[in-house]
Design a protein around this ligand. Structure first.
Ligand code: GUN
Ligand code: ZN
Length: 434
């Protein structure tokens, strides 16, 4: 069978690397009148439309996007799908928020039908917001992960998820045991890890809700299968950190708990890392572990101000996370808006090209998926979004004043949200139209 070639003509931007390493000018590629050529769901070419159009096969379809900017799909490196229905829960910081809102909500995911309903709403919301890949928490129930992966598989999305492991300091209805968490995780790994575009993440919730025995089991699973992810939380809130010190007095600190049980590595993603010592930063870099920066969540729960320049100085991989339901938006654009403000409070600037990197290629690198997604390199999977410069009257009016690319990008990231995403594509197929 002959393969179909589909091309998209638009202004087009993608990240080539971290501006902190390459310098801003070398960190991206932009075409004012660009063409993205897709063959069998993968990037076949990217460049100036006038140069590429003559070389297209006669049967190629060309779609033009006017007053738009095309960029790679956004990557959310930390989110909880079961918390979709409890986003914007009033009044608490982390530990009370978990007990009062989160645990009761997660209880319902033992019911596979309930889980499937929420997974569908969740994936629809991700795509409405231009997010094409995410690292996702389930609940303690294996049913929650089956439901999620079934929904992601149906839409052919590149997704990573796992069953929560939690054997203490949570209600009985939400706890497993070292043995049951081993067995259930293993069965899910066998069923889903490497199937289509799906990957499994061993997911101990955080140090306070696992015994040492259970963390050892998590480490054992990581040793038994290649390319598994490890997904957890780290140093989000000061009371949480004190609690970890009480629960693991024999360890030198919060990160050392995970380190001791061999949970750090190039596919380990730890959410938050708001309060980290220099030693902990060095150890994260040494093990090539990644941090998920979750600004809307850190502000909503009053957790603190994430220090991105410190991560850069230590050469730690960082991706962006919405952390819904503690995060207050599914939108990576809104997440960048809050990230910018949070850095202003620390006398730091977040450059829009750095933001583009964090939202796309930086996220892919944090997830060790940069050989597959994150920018428009030839051969990568064609997951991309169309951003609309005329999404709202205000956006349109503001854009009329903004001629330079840097300014236009910054306005998109500051005013933008789900309305800015006019279309989302996965493997070259349209999966959302506004
Ligand atoms: N720490 C442990 N569990 C959670 C959670 O569900 N959300 C957040 N933000 N932090 C956590
Ligand atoms: Zn979280």
């Amino acid at each position: 069978a002959t393969s179909t070639v589909h091309a998209h003509r638009s202004a087009l931007i993608h990240s080539l690397g971290d501006p902190a390493k390459l310098g801003i000018e070398n960190s991206y590629q932009y075409f004012d009148d660009g063409l993205l050529v897709i063959e069998d769901g993968r990037i076949a070419a990217v460049g100036e439309a006038e140069k590429l159009l003559p070389g297209l096969p006669a049967a190629a379809q060309v779609t033009e996007h006017k007053d738009s900017l095309l960029c790679p799909g956004f990557i959310d490196t930390h989110i909880h799908y079961p918390q979709t229905g409890m986003i914007a829960a009033y009044g608490e910081q982390l530990l009370d928020w978990l007990n009062n809102y989160t645990f009761p909500t997660e209880q319902h995911f033992q019911d596979k039908e309930h889980a499937a309903g929420v997974a569908d709403i969740f994936l629809t919301e991700l795509l409405r917001n231009g997010t094409t890949t995410a690292l996702v928490f389930g609940t303690v129930h294996p049913e929650s992960v089956d439901a999620f992966f079934e929904a992601a598989e149906q839409r052919d999305l590149r997704m990573i998820a796992g069953k929560v492991m939690m054997d203490r300091n949570a209600p009985d209805y939400l706890t497993d045991t070292p043995e049951s968490s081993y067995k259930e995780s293993k069965a899910l790994i066998e069923r889903w890890h490497g199937k289509g575009r799906l990957h499994y993440a061993v997911t101990p919730r955080f140090a306070p809700t696992s015994t040492g025995e259970q963390l050892a089991v998590a480490g054992q699973l990581l040793g038994e299968y290649p390319d598994l992810y490890m997904h957890t939380h780290l140093s989000e809130n000061k009371k949480e950190i004190e609690w970890v010190k009480e629960l693991f007095p024999e360890r030198s600190g919060y990160l050392d708990v995970y380190d001791h049980y061999e949970l750090l590595g190039e596919r380990s993603v730890l959410a938050h890392g708001v309060h980290l010592s220099d030693c902990e930063c060095e150890r994260l870099a040494e093990t090539d572990s990644a941090i998920a920066f979750c600004p809307t969540s850190n502000l909503f729960l009053g957790s603190g101000l994430f220090n991105l320049p410190k991560m850069e100085a230590h050469n730690i991989k960082v991706g962006l996370g919405t952390d819904v339901g503690a995060g207050t938006s599914f939108s990576i654009l809104q997440t960048l808006n809050e990230a910018y403000k949070l850095m202003q409070l620390q006398q730091e600037k977040l450059n829009p090209f750095k933001s583009l990197y964090l939202a796309t290629l930086g996220g892919a690198q944090a997830l060790k998926l940069d050989d597959k997604i994150g920018n428009f390199s030839i051969g990568k999977e064609a997951d991309f979004v169309v951003l609309d410069y005329n999404a709202t009257p205000l956006m349109s009016y503001r854009m009329a004043q903004a001629k330079e690319l840097e300014e236009r990008l910054f306005v998109l990231m500051t005013l933008g949200d789900d309305r800015t995403i006019s279309e989302t594509f996965a493997m070259g197929r349209s999966v959302h139209q506004r």
